[in-house]
Design a protein around this ligand. Structure first.
Ligand code: FAD
Ligand code: DLZ
Ligand code: SF4
Length: 508
């Protein structure tokens, strides 16, 4: 009897462990567009379109390769509601002998498959650079888990940017060179945009019909939906944008959503691009003299370091990670996260492009929408759900450590050693948003003051018992102490007004 080989929407890799284990002359690949996956949060329309179109093309490619694929379409009445339901249906249909799966990324689905009344053999997901078990071994016995030390280990293990036993150029990390504000440039690179073909158009129509009320703009839709197109996008990035990736990594510019970023997370996360190969391509650009070391090291660190590190944290911490709330933040997420209707120019830009493109780059996610939610004391679970919904690259294993951990400090400092709290000054330094804003970034409180300013002090003040002993926060508290009482009171009462306005749904 055939075995069923499960391939999920973010497992679109021909060398997936479950496919390697299967026998194409006998086994049946099961793929399905199911309600449970499409609705466990209200995904951005572009995210659903990306996944469904990519799944359909991947299934067709498998068939061309000689596989039998049992594909359940979303609008087919016979398709089950859940992955387990679909496996059960196909099990009966093919009188199958068990299921082979590659472990899924999210705890939610891992648990659903554990509860599924079928015999499922689960294989490791070796598309990550870290071998299974290595992160756990590395983490064991350490008092704190810092990305930087894990990253060095990964550099040594892979030999990426190594000069014998030493890091290339003598330093492990060139981050301090990567903090330049960007300048407008007519030759700014752009991500490769792909015309939808007939398969994608059919999916776009489906999404328009079935997910009309989901957030985000569906068209124009330009994501790659197969590995060949994704690889072309990667080559374009390596040649055109990587050389400046380092310098402008933390910069933001009005109406420039992409700057020198790669826009490759969407393709790595569905399985089209291999993270190690992408790191090797970046290294080759450096070795060939096409990209400087600070750019190449910075880029490789994001993938070899951060991406692998957060995956390890997610697996280590388990399913309750997303309900952590170390700072006990309880406020509801403001409505403008879904509409971009706010007078704060930075927030309006970051949210607006997110709704349009299902994309924002790291500093926008971290230091604009993330920092605002942190300062305003928004319930981290609501913040987590927003990020999981709204970005085309969002799966819990990568999103949650970034949101719950890095951005909202809701894990109490596991991912980051201090909260990413900052006043408007940071945004002003790294962007041109403040010039076009109704608020004044230089005013600390009172009429017309940039909301980030009083909220920043209010955040420090109300969480003092949490951070007082943190040496990385000492400077901030000393500054607060040195402020006159009048200024401190001014900041706190301005913050109270802003928070009241948020609670009452007033425009800010
Ligand atoms: P580039 O800037 O070109 O970076 C290159 C690659 O490095 C990315 O493609 C990505 O694979 C990897 N990378 C960079 N930073 C991180 C990071 N912190 N964690 C993991 N991988 C990283 N990334 C996701 O893939 N999915 C998410 O849902 C997600 N949610 C985030 C939420 C918050 C609050 C924050 C602060 C970051 C989040 N990130 C997430 C990480 C990062 O912002 C995105 O990976 C990046 O913006 C994707 O765009 P890019 O491909 O142009 O990245
Ligand atoms: C995100 C997503 C969506 C929207 N739809 C599907 C789907 O219909 N079928 C499927 O197999 N996968 C989908 N996915 C990706 C899964 O949610 C993802 O594989 C799990 O969250 C495990 O990481
Ligand atoms: Fe954002 Fe404040 Fe600058 Fe306005 S002034 S763009 S709210 S940081």
């Amino acid at each position: 009897a055939p075995r069923l080989i499960l391939v999920l929407g973010d497992q679109l890799t021909p060398t997936l462990s479950a496919l390697r284990e299967g026998d194409r002359t006998r086994d049946v690949v099961v793929m399905a567009e199911v309600r449970d996956e499409a609705t466990y949060v209200n995904h951005h329309k572009k995210k659903i379109a990306l996944i469904f179109a990519s799944m359909r093309k991947f299934a067709a490619a498998l068939e061309e390769d000689g596989w039998t694929v049992a594909y359940g379409r979303y609008d087919d009445a016979d398709t089950a509601r859940s992955i387990c339901g679909e496996l059960m249906r196909r099990h009966k249909e093919y009188d199958a002998d068990g299921v082979i799966a590659t472990i899924c990324g999210e705890w939610r689905l891992r648990q659903a498959l554990d509860d599924c009344p079928l015999s499922i053999e689960t294989l490791p997901d070796d598309r990550f650079i870290t071998p299974q078990g290595m992160f756990r071994d590395w983490a064991e016995g350490r008092k704190s888990l810092r990305m930087e030390f894990f990253y060095r280990e990964m550099r040594r293990k892979t030999g990426l940017l190594m000069d014998g036993d030493d890091p290339e150029g003598g330093e492990w990390n060139y981050d301090k060179e990567n903090r330049k504000p960007a300048k407008r440039d007519l030759l700014m690179p752009a991500p490769m945009k792909h015309e939808p073909d007939a398969v994608t158009e059919e999916v776009l129509d489906l999404v328009e019909r079935e997910f009309a009320d989901n957030p985000g703009t569906l068209r124009p839709f330009w994501f790659a939906t197969d590995a060949t197109a994704a690889k072309r996008a990667a080559s374009k990035f390596m040649k055109e944008a990587l050389p400046s990736f380092g310098d402008y990594q933390d910069a933001m510019l009005q109406d420039e959503p992409f700057l020198y970023h790669s826009i490759l997370s969407i393709y790595m996360n569905v399985g089209f691009l291999d993270p190690l190969e992408i790191c090797e391509q970046a290294q080759a650009q450096y070795r060939d003299g096409n990209a400087p070391l600070n750019a190449t090291e910075g880029y490789i660190r994001q993938i070899l370091g951060w991406r692998e590190f957060v995956r390890g944290i997610y697996d280590l911490e388990g399913p309750d990670y997303t309900s952590r709330n170390h700072l006990k933040a309880k406020r509801d997420l403001p409505g403008f996260y879904w509409t971009a209707e706010t007078d704060m120019a930075c927030m309006s830009a970051a949210i607006g492009q997110t709704l349009e493109e299902a994309y924002a780059h790291h500093i926008q996610r971290l230091m604009v929408t993330g920092t605002f939610a942190l300062l305003a004391g928004i319930d981290p679970h609501q913040v987590h759900e927003w990020y999981l919904e709204i970005y085309a690259d969002a799966y819990e294993w990568v999103e949650a450590p970034n949101v719950i951990g890095m951005s909202q400090f809701a894990d109490g400092g596991l991912v980051g050693s201090k909260p990413y709290a900052a006043s408007g000054n940071y945004i002003d330094k790294m962007s041109d948003y403040c010039r076009g804003c109704v608020y004044d970034v230089k005013t600390r409180h009172g009429e017309g003051a940039c909301p980030f300013n009083p909220l920043y002090w209010d955040f420090l003040h109300r969480n003092r018992d949490q951070f007082d002993g943190n040496p990385r926060m000492a400077q901030m508290y000393r500054t607060w102490e040195r402020m006159s009482e009048e200024k401190r009171d001014g900041a706190l009462s301005s913050a109270a007004e802003i928070l009241k306005a948020l609670d009452e749904g007033e425009r800010i």
